[in-house]
Design a binder for this molecule. Sequence first.
Ligand code: ZN
Length: 161
Amino acid sequence: MNFRVGNGIDCHKLVPNKKLILGGVLVDSNLGLEGHSDGDAVIHAIVDSMLGALSLGDIGTFFPSEDEQWENANSSIFLKFAHKKINEFDFIVNNIDITIILQSPSLKKYIYDIRNNISNLLNINIDCISVKATTTDKLGFIGENKGLVALVSTLLVNNGN
Ligand code: ZN
């Protein structure tokens, strides 16, 4: 088998007095993400897509939210773990496509930084990382800025060994 595809989705609540960190990048906002670790839904969804591609379960399989050692943890730890698993299985990341569904703030000026940060964390070319942002036209909980969702597809390719 030469290719494996995985998808990941993560939803976090937006609350006051928390930082908004997406793909490891601090976004200027009066609301931030609640939840396990630093609440970085983008990285959590990438991890789920990677583990899904390997049929290894999900982020909670390896980093349970009830485990206090992951409280306020930098989510890049989870990303590096999943990337190591990929390499252990003799695969490499071909590309990652990310969609962030968020009403506000606009992520336009952060897109490059998020792509760049993820490409640095994984040591792969920035051209292999796509980040798109969309809103729900003010509909539903996302439209009311109560939360956001990140959706990710990752394609793995066998490294030829
Ligand atoms: Zn999460």
